[in-house]
Ligand binder design. Structure first.
Ligand code: ITT
Length: 191
């Protein structure tokens, strides 16, 4: 069976390929020109929109992720707008650092909603994961993508851009969302 990865984000793509490697599926990339408008009002609504529309357009199973960074002191911003908070990932980080200047409450969480649809566009599986951390006052580390250089995990003493990818895969919002889904996906794709 085929499974379309319904994302244009290279950082997500890399992580998904790692998680899904063990499955008996042929991973297919979404065509670049197949863009889904994210009109939902929650991460899960957007994940379902992306999975469902890509699955229907391709006539194959599809998996989508809608995710973002919610900062407590910014009332949950950038949230649903994490990818569009500024003109580039780098500018997004600059904006967050500026908005948090002088702020002592640095608590934040990454949220990830994952949805999986069959070729008829019906949602078959869905799950959400949360990972709490703190926003640093400057970048630290070279790995990862997006907001990873400023997202710090106190228990580990490193940012998502510093920790081993395997460790991020285990503790991240995406990892937690997928952990619950992988056994179900395995069942689905061994039929
Ligand atoms: P697709 O919709 O094509 O999957 P996207 O980047 O537009 O890609 P989202 O709308 O879900 O996806 O936006 C998620 C944004 O949240 C992403 O662009 C990053 O800025 C941020 N983000 C999500 N997960 C992250 C992670 O693990 N590390 C760093 N930043 C992350």
């Amino acid at each position: 069976k085929k499974l379309v990865l319904a994302t244009s984000n290279p950082g997500k793509l890399k992580e998904f390929e790692g998680y899904l490697r063990g499955l008996d599926v042929e991973l297919v990339l979404k065509p670049k020109d197949l863009e889904v408008e994210e009109t939902g009002s929650t991460f899960m609504e957007n994940a379902m929109l992306k999975a469902s529309q890509v699955a229907l357009a391709m006539g194959e199973w599809a998996i989508a992720d809608d995710s973002g960074l919610m900062i407590d002191a910014l009332n949950g911003a950038p949230g649903l707008f994490s990818a569009r908070y500024a003109s580039s990932p780098d500018a997004c980080i600059d904006r967050v650092l500026k908005e948090l200047e002088g702020e002592t409450n640095r608590q934040a969480q990454f949220v990830c909603a994952v949805a999986i649809a069959s070729g008829d566009g019906k949602i078959r599986l869905q799950n959400e994961g949360i990972c709490r951390g703190e926003i640093l006052t400057q970048r630290q580390g070279q790995g990862g993508f997006g907001y990873d250089p400023i997202f710090y995990i106190p228990e580990i003493g490193q940012t998502f851009a510093e920790i081993a990818p395997k460790t991020k895969d285990k503790i991240s919002h995406r990892g937690i969302a997928l952990e619950g889904l992988l056994p179900l996906l395995k069942n689905l794709f061994s039929l």
